[in-house]
Design a protein around this ligand. Structure first.
Ligand SMILES: Cc1cc2nc3c(=O)[nH]c(=O)nc-3n(C[C@H](O)[C@H](O)[C@H](O)COP(=O)(O)O)c2cc1C
Length: 198
């Protein structure tokens, strides 16, 4: 069942906007993230929650989507996410942002799995300007936006395709807007053959 949850937790770029989120729902995702592992247990992050329409609308145009599909404007108009969580590093707690880049992935994935567990979905967004986000949200200088996580009710079909080594890993869409995500095979990513031979 856990594997089903992981498989369902794809990077969605189209949402049914009838589902909105309360601050309490987003708080619950952060409450899961705070139990994620952390380098030397420094836990340097604070989270900006955006669920009000105006705040979400401020963040959306500052985020970049589907760089691998430059001819497509995603999300399609009217299918934008309805909430965001901006993961910020509190540089008063620890100024070394490079040191915690791995931690960012752990907390972001924890929040996405929490959302998937409730039937919702989302995506990590690394394509944004931290300065522009800080300005739009009036963040103090000591909070540095590290990664944005978008949330919503998924409204698109995503198909995982296993590919052989050497095949393209670029995601793509067909003319029905079905999104295909190539994933490497298990046998290609496990190192060695079980006899300590690489
Ligand atoms: C750290 C990180 C940052 C990402 N940033 C973006 C982004 O800025 N825009 C975007 O459309 N997708 C972004 N993605 C989503 C990836 O494109 C997506 O994970 C990949 O295509 C595989 O799809 P899947 O998550 O459904 O397996 C990001 C993923 C990660 C892990």
């Amino acid at each position: 069942m856990f594997k089903d949850l992981v498989m369902r937790s794809r990077s969605y770029r189209g949402y049914d906007r009838s589902k909105t989120f309360t601050r309490e729902e987003l708080m619950e995702y952060v409450d899961c993230a705070r139990f994620a592992p952390s380098t030397v247990n420094h836990q340097p992050f604070q989270y900006y929650l955006a669920c009000e329409e105006e705040t979400v609308a401020k963040i959306q145009p500052l985020t970049g989507w589907a760089r691998a599909l430059p001819d497509m404007k995603l999300p399609h108009p009217g299918m934008e996410p309805t909430a965001f969580i901006v993961i910020c590093q509190n540089t008063q707690w620890d100024p070394r942002t490079d040191r915690f880049l791995r931690d960012v992935g752990a907390v972001a994935q924890t929040m996405l799995l929490a959302a998937a567990d409730e039937g919702w979905g989302g995506i990590m967004i690394g394509n944004f300007s931290p300065q522009r986000i800080s300005k739009a949200l009036d963040l103090p200088d000591y909070l540095v936006p590290m990664l944005i996580v978008a949330f919503g009710k998924p409204a698109e079909k995503i198909v995982i395709r296993e590919v052989n080594d050497g095949e393209s890993l670029k995601y793509y869409r067909d003319d029905q807007d079905v999104h295909y995500v190539p994933k490497r095979k298990l046998s290609d990513i496990v190192i060695g053959d079980g006899n300590n031979k690489i």
